[in-house]
Design a protein around this ligand. Structure first.
Ligand code: CO
Length: 286
């Protein structure tokens, strides 16, 4: 199968979510524009408090996982189960909504830069109704690999091997076997990332530019590049270097029915989620 090729590019679109937070959405920006098991990727990036101050007040989720990764600024998570976490630069948070959670994500600053990402990863049918779980991952728990070419790679999920040394990230043991790296490469340098051949893999450039895939195609700034199946992905940084997210996961291969923050397999399950939410049964402990 060899090296992966770029098969599609999803340009990010300006979007607004929560109480009016301005963001860029690539995956998930149009109906059914997903890459199994990944449902959505948002980047929020602004120096203007008016773009982020309203935050994401109390809202529900069911049927999937959300991963928040901060680069700049501070955000506080609070949920109905009493979990509370402060995300700062370099921190991550992994939330499994399972059968239901209600939470808020609110900025803890009134000025300055707010920058980060939220990724949604689907759950297979048999796990959609498992109890909710939440995990705060401070920056110090995310290993940074010094790459042989002078760049660096942070391992948030999965593991990365270089010269026989395996660096494992804090998130492991999930059925979609996600790999989540934050990769920073110097101008003109290349990196080959090994991948399980059947995983779906994509990259999102958040600074600079890169050429990617076997045929070295340009992946524009703030776009998600989706790859064909294969055993590895090659990326080469442009003249100003590149910073990008690399994501890969095992496809679930089930029908996806989404209604806002509920992602299930059938319309009936969506109706159930709405009924449960309205009746106060969505997020119950146990
Ligand atoms: Co949320």
């Amino acid at each position: 199968m060899g090296t992966r090729k770029l098969q599609a590019v999803i340009d990010s679109m300006a979007a607004s979510d929560g109480a009016g937070v301005k963001l860029r959405r690539s995956l998930g920006s149009r109906p059914n524009q997903r890459f199994d098991p990944f449902l959505m990727l948002d980047e929020f990036f602004s120096d203007d408090p008016n773009d982020y101050l309203a935050g994401f007040p109390s809202h529900p989720h069911r049927g999937f996982e959300t991963v928040t990764y901060m680069l700049d600024g501070r955000m506080r998570h609070e949920d109905v189960f009493g979990n509370r976490g402060d995300l700062g630069p370099g921190d991550a948070q992994w939330m499994t909504a399972g059968r239901g959670i209600i939470h808020s994500e609110m900025p803890q600053q009134a000025e300055g830069r707010m920058r980060g990402f939220q990724l949604w990863i689907n759950l297979p049918a048999r796990e959609k109704m498992k109890p909710a779980a939440w995990r705060d991952i401070p920056s110090r728990d995310i290993p940074t690999v010094a790459l042989e070419n002078g760049g660096e790679l942070r391992v948030i999920a999965g593991a990365f091997e270089q010269a026989g040394v395996v660096t494992a990230g804090p998130v492991r043991g999930l059925s979609t076997e996600p790999m989540y790296y934050d990769v920073r490469l110097r101008a003109g340098t290349s990196l080959v990332i090994p991948t399980p051949a059947g995983h779906n893999a994509f990259m999102y450039v958040y600074e600079g530019a890169a050429t990617v895939g076997e045929d070295a195609r340009h992946l524009p700034f703030r776009s998600a590049g989706l790859f064909t199946p294969g055993e590895s992905v090659r990326v080469t940084a442009g003249e100003a270097g590149v910073k990008l997210l690399f994501l890969a996961g095992k496809p679930i291969g089930e029908p996806v029915v989404q209604y806002g923050p509920f992602v299930m397999n059938t319309p009936q399950e969506i109706m159930q989620a709405i009924d449960d939410y309205n009746a106060g049964r969505l997020a119950v402990a146990g």
